[in-house]
Write a protein that binds this ligand. Structure first.
Ligand code: ATP
Ligand code: MG
Length: 412
């Protein structure tokens, strides 16, 4: 029979790797709670239209990367990201009526039909936050601070925050027009993707990773437009006060005018957090402000800001998690007695296993020394005397104690 294999671009998270994921999740809960965020869990599939409208139909995500299927005449899509789903839920559950800010976080799998490579999968995982209801730059600063704090809690201190402001739809129109104008003579030399985006989403061109396009953007007359300060006074004020907050908080950042982000919904603040240790897929976190999205999806006009981090990429930057040993492994020829002792200790909160298949004493001892801190020996003598021999597997020290003192011995 042929063996069925895992689908290309997806991966099992095996028991030996699960500890690393649990570390990411536990730290997320711990750190995000300090800032008042509460977890939200939305469905993994949604109406396709949610992403078409929410992520934007000029994006790669919507145009090329969605897993879409039909069921009962409805078009459904596996979520490629979770901001759209969270916004849908925010609107549907009337969260705009709650006093602002509403702070939410999530974690879970996302699905994008991309070319699998290091740091890029088709099913991958994100942890993310969204804050609704605050237009002031203090909110942008808080979500960025939160990202930095979370990364620090994981031991990641040397990542770079890149920052830019995309202005508002009004001031951006002019900038878009200028970018198009200055790139017009180069149109034939742009890559196919850039040519396709030129009309609909010209800002996205700046983000192109193709070397020949990058070289074009380096030309002085084009750089002059890219580096120009196009944003209006209010947007400039918002951006500069965000930087004042970050300076005050000691968050280091570099400004990058080429940072435009792939999604349509951003305005004003956009940011990414990058590592030099990730090769070409070097972004661990991407986010920004999306003040028009709630309204675009049919809700009340509500400003919002948030980010998402790639959990696979986070894990690849972190040291492996050592598997935790059992507190005790019971070595005995009486499964009945061993089982009873195991239950007593488990009831007291200890991690305990025993041999379920009548293996030889020596085999059981071997297993104990591989998996546990203590071997709990329950031989015939011990059973008759209601005692247990407790062997510290690190020091090889062994003592025989009354059965009701085992717990005590494990805690020494
Ligand atoms: P990239 O430029 O790397 O494609 P993106 O702009 O598409 O990123 P976002 O949609 O902002 O990414 O997602 C936030 C984070 O999720 C990224 O910074 C990255 O760490 C992670 N991520 C995105 N796509 C994938 C993927 N296909 N596989 C693994 N991680 C991913
Ligand atoms: Mg992408």
């Amino acid at each position: 029979m042929t063996i069925i294999k895992v689908i290309k671009g997806t991966k099992d998270i095996l028991p030996q790797d699960a500890g690393a994921w649990q570390r990411l999740e536990a730290k997320a809960l711990e750190v995000f709670s300090k800032y008042g965020y509460r977890e939200i869990r939305t469905p993994i599939f949604e109406a396709t239209e949610l992403f078409a409208r929410g992520v934007g139909d000029t994006t790669d995500i919507v145009n090329k990367e969605m897993y879409t299927f039909e069921k009962s005449d409805r078009s459904l899509t596996l979520r490629p990201e979770n901001t759209a789903g969270v916004v849908r839920s925010f609107i549907e559950n009337g969260m705009a009526r709650l006093s602002a800010p509403v702070k939410l976080w999530y974690k879970g799998p996302m699905f994008r039909y991309e070319r699998p490579q290091a740091g890029r999968q088709r099913q991958f995982h994100q942890v993310g936050v969204e804050m609704f209801g605050i237009k002031e730059s203090s909110a942008d600063a808080e979500v960025i601070m939160l990202a930095v704090d979370y990364l620090k809690s994981l031991g990641l201190n040397d990542l770079v925050v890149e920052l830019n402001s995309l202005g508002c739809p009004k001031c951006r129109e002019e900038y878009k027009a200028k970018i198009k104008e200055v790139l017009k003579p180069e149109f034939e030399n742009l890559c196919e993707d850039c040519q396709n985006r030129y009309e609909k989403n010209p800002l996205r061109l700046l983000d192109c990773k193709v070397e020949s396009c990058k070289a074009i953007f380096e030309k002085p007359e084009i750089q002059k437009v890219i580096q120009s300060d196009f944003i209006c006074e209010e947007c400039a004020e918002h951006y500069s006060s965000l930087k004042t907050y970050l300076d005050k908080l000691g968050v280091k950042y570099v400004e990058n005018k080429l940072l435009v982000r792939g999604l349509d919904y951003y305005n004003r603040t956009v940011f990414e957090i990058k590592s030099n240790n990730l090769g070409s897929q070097n972004a661990v976190c991407g986010g920004g402000r999306y003040d028009s999205l709630v309204k675009n999806l049919g809700g009340e006009d509500t400003p919002a800001v948030g980010w998402a981090m790639g959990m696979e990429r986070l894990n690849s930057l972190l040291p492996e998690v050592e598997p935790e040993k059992l507190d005790g492994y019971i070595v005995s020829n009486s499964p009945l007695e061993a089982f009873a002792l195991a239950q007593e200790l488990r009831d007291a909160g200890k991690r305990v296993e025993f041999d379920l298949s009548n293996k030889k004493f020596t085999k059981q001892l071997e297993k104990a020394s591989k998996t546990a801190n203590f071997a709990l020996i329950l031989g015939e003598d011990e059973i008759n005397l209601n005692k247990v021999s407790v062997k510290n597997l690190e020091t090889s020290e062994q003592v025989t104690v009354d059965r009701n003192m085992v717990l005590n011995q494990l805690e020494k």
